[in-house]
Write a protein that binds this ligand. Structure first.
Ligand SMILES: Cc1cc2nc3c(=O)[nH]c(=O)nc-3n(C[C@H](O)[C@H](O)[C@H](O)COP(=O)(O)OP(=O)(O)OC[C@H]3O[C@@H](n4cnc5c(N)ncnc54)[C@H](O)[C@@H]3O)c2cc1C
Length: 384
């Protein structure tokens, strides 16, 4: 019998393997990943400095340990080059050169790539981004002896890095085209509160500005914004977003939109191929967070073990890891009709998004208002 093969050794790949082993201890299971296969918690990348984490100390279990725990064949440094969905076969480049592998069922847990701003200048290649443990190691080394940092992007991950870096003693300036931090998630009063709370730590904001050029200036980087203003920094970190990895699936003729398209049973358009995690667009929803991928992993494991199971999403609030301004966001569904009502006090913000009939569809809680997270989440309709 051909094995079940999972491509990806991130939280999605490993969680579906773990959930599957709870239901089926015997089915042959292979995990392939381009990286070293170490299991770690990716969310810690943006608050690792405060916890004094290095790239190695982030590791919870190495690939070999994971193989033992999961009773699986785990193959690090193995790049899947192509999928032949008709023949149920993969083409691989790994430590043993180019090989092929047949599967009975295939799971795509490929993650997402960092988006790079189209920057000109000879320093553009020196702009760093952190999307995995290797990036984090490079970033930590690059920080040695540096002080003045530019951060491109004031979204969720940008704000987390800004808070973490400032706490570790760096001077941080954040550039974002939006007029406030977390522009896509927070209404204006909450955005101001977040900007002021992080500003009190010393973070400088450059709202309405985006970098267009980065040039080397000796050891430093000179950053020029779209409106022609220039400033010199020791290091530039970009956190402008992620894009689901869809190329491998698309090349195999598997339907992809913003992510690899699946139904609620995590089935792609190709027979016996499923997808979950940051690469997947599940029933029209692209939710690159841990809780949704865990819900998907549980449902998919049941399906792989023989009981076809659809995923359900309750409303899933996201905790923003900015200790200087505790925040929880649960955005309304994309395009939902309604309006925000904000109650801003000196110590927090309670922002509720309601439809025309007064039904709660989303919220954003900052400061002391985060205590209401559970109570409000319980009032929200399920997402799926
Ligand atoms: C800095 C940061 C902070 C975050 N903080 C939070 C948070 O606080 N809360 C939250 O809910 N979410 C957070 N997230 C999002 C969360 O971490 C992700 O949703 C989750 O880790 C995605 O897991 P994944 O397994 O889908 O992808 P990944 O972890 O990216 O794993 C993808 C895997 O696929 C492999 N791969 C890809 N293509 C191939 C190929 N062709 N061949 C072989 N292997 C391949 C890679 O090597 C890798 O092993 C954060 C993300 C980042 C970057």
């Amino acid at each position: 019998m051909n094995p079940i093969v999972i491509i990806g050794g991130g939280l999605a790949g490993y969680t579906v393997a773990r959930e599957l082993r709870k239901l089926d201890k015997a089915v042959p299971l292979i995990l392939l990943m381009a990286d070293d296969g170490a299991f770690y918690s990716k969310p810690m990348l943006s608050n690792g400095l405060a916890q004094k984490k290095t790239a190695s100390s982030l590791i919870l279990s190495g690939a070999q340990q994971m193989a033992g725990q999961l009773q699986a064949d785990i193959r690090p440094y193995t790049w899947v080059r192509a999928i032949d969905s008709a023949a149920h076969r993969l083409e691989l480049d790994g430590p043993e050169g180019s090989t092929s592998l047949e599967y009975s069922k295939l799971v795509l847990a490929l993650g997402a790539d960092t988006i790079h701003l189209p920057l000109s200048g000879d320093g553009a290649g020196a702009v760093l981004s952190v999307n995995d443990r290797v990036d984090y190691g490079v970033f930590r080394e690059a920080l040695e002896g540096k002080k003045k940092l530019a951060l491109l992007g004031g979204g969720l991950i940008g704000c987390e890095f800004a808070n973490d870096l400032t706490g570790a003693g760096f001077d941080v300036t954040v550039f974002d085209l939006a007029p406030q931090p977390l522009g896509r998630l927070l209404p204006p009063g909450a955005g101001r509160f977040m900007a002021e709370s992080l500003g009190a730590l010393g973070i400088q904001w450059r709202f309405g500005q985006s970098a267009s050029r980065v040039e080397r200036e000796g050891e430093h980087l000179r950053l020029t914004t779209g409106d022609g203003q220039a400033e010199t920094f020791d290091l530039v970190l970009s956190a402008v977003g992620l894009r689901p990895r869809i190329a491998l699936a698309q090349a195999a003729g598997i339907e992809a939109n913003r992510g690899i398209v699946t139904d609620r049973n995590l089935r792609t358009s190709a027979r016996d191929i499923h997808a979950l995690g940051d690469c997947a667009e599940v029933a029209g929803l692209l939710l690159p967070f841990v809780l949704p991928l865990m819900a998907c992993a549980r449902a998919l494991a049941a399906t792989l073990a023989g009981t076809d199971t659809a995923v359900s999403y309750p409303a899933m609030p996201v905790v923003v890891k900015t200790p200087a301004c505790p925040a929880v966001v649960c955005p309304p569904p994309m395009g939902a009709a309604g309006a925000w009502q904000e109650a801003v006090t000196a110590t927090g913000v309670r922002a509720l998004f309601r439809d025309g009939e007064g039904k709660l569809l989303g919220f954003a809680l900052l400061g002391d208002a985060v205590a209401e997270k559970q109570a409000l989440a319980a009032q929200l309709p399920a997402w799926l």
